[in-house]
Design a binder for this molecule. Structure first.
Ligand code: ATP
Length: 309
């Protein structure tokens, strides 16, 4: 479990974290998102006990990072956005080094290395030097190094940047597998569609503050359905507002997003009434708000325009 409370961190020229608070429960995968400069990397570095907060607390599995940085390093794996690998060590040697440097000894090292090689799908490349690996393999090896000492918390800063679609899919599979072993993950990324694949919750940061934290499944509206029209009709929103059991979440001339009380028969009734009232309905379908929709609703429009999130 990770608990951050009123965390403040300042660089000599800027306050990067301005009272950040949130909690991530054991076994969750939290997507950490926000515009460039929001403070995501600084936050991860504070949780990883690589920076000392100015005030506030960050607790990793019951340990206060400020008072127990060394103990936190043993419980936690961190893949930084610009990571380094030892070019002239083999895959196996990189993992052995990472496991031992973070406190594993004896037979536990061999067991952890073998298991990690399987998880990161590099068993067949164990003797290759890290400089001989492809970008995707290097990324998997870097994740392997971060988990070789069997941490209970894993922080990943932009793990998918620069990866091709296949490598990204492999990374998603690996993260889901790690979650299934009980590891708690925070993943900072700008690739919202992918975060949607495996995250259980989303923490949105902006200007050094947490703007919101919500479960990914909560981003679906309750009983939310999209009504699509083949021909525009300016009366759609007005007409829907008058119907019993219907809450209009959003409407324009071509499409409406509504919440419908009741089961499938309520939807069938609504479809019949819409057609009866002369609307050229093509579909009423269940809708899911994407992480991107929620993100752009939350983050100030001037920041979300034109750039990557
Ligand atoms: P990005 O998405 O671009 O990686 P981020 O959300 O990770 O951004 P941070 O890198 O944590 O944001 O930066 C937060 C703020 O702190 C920014 O205003 C940045 O300019 C500032 N900052 C980051 N590192 C330093 C540093 N070493 N010295 C001074 N200011 C810094």
């Amino acid at each position: 479990m990770i608990e951050v409370k009123d965390l403040v961190f300042e660089y000599p020229t800027a306050r990067a974290l301005d009272g950040v608070s949130f909690k991530v429960e054991k076994g969750a995968i939290a997507a950490l998102v926000g515009p460039n400069g929001a403070g995501k990397t600084t936050l991860l570095r504070n949780i990883a006990a690589l920076e000392k907060p100015f005030s506030g607390t960050a607790i990793v599995d019951g340990l206060d990072v400020r008072n127990n940085p060394r103990a936190v390093h043993k419980k936690l794996g961190f893949l930084q956005d610009f990571f380094g690998l030892y070019d002239d060590l083999s895959v196996e040697q990189c993992l052995t080094y990472a496991a031992m440097a973070n406190g594993l000894h004896g037979s536990a090292v061999h067991k952890a290395v073998e298991e990690t090689l399987g998880w990161i799908d590099l068993k067949d490349h164990r003797k290759k030097l890290s400089k001989q690996l492809s970008r995707g393999m290097r990324q998997r090896l870097a994740v392997g190094q971060a988990i070789a000492h069997r941490p209970s918390v894993l922080l990943l800063d932009e793990p998918a940047s620069g990866l091709d679609p296949d490598a990204r899919r492999d990374l998603s599979t690996l993260l889901r597998h790690l979650q299934s072993t009980g590891i708690t993950l925070i993943v900072s990324s700008h690739i919202l569609a992918e975060l949607e694949d495996y995250s259980t919750e989303m923490i949105i940061m902006e200007d050094g503050k947490v703007k919101s934290q919500r479960g990914v499944s909560e981003t679906e509206g309750p009983n939310a359905f999209a009504i699509e029209l083949a021909e525009p009709n300016g009366d759609l929103g007005k007409w829907l507002k008058k119907q019993k059991g219907i809450t209009v979440l959003q409407a324009d001339d071509n499409r409406a997003l509504v919440s419908i009380e009741g089961d499938a028969s309520a939807r069938a009734r609504l479809l019949k009434d819409l057609i009866g009232a002369g609307f050229a309905v093509t579909s009423i379908s269940e809708t899911k708000r994407s992480l991107a929709d929620t993100y752009f609703d939350e983050v100030s429009s001037d920041k979300s325009k034109g750039g990557k999130p």
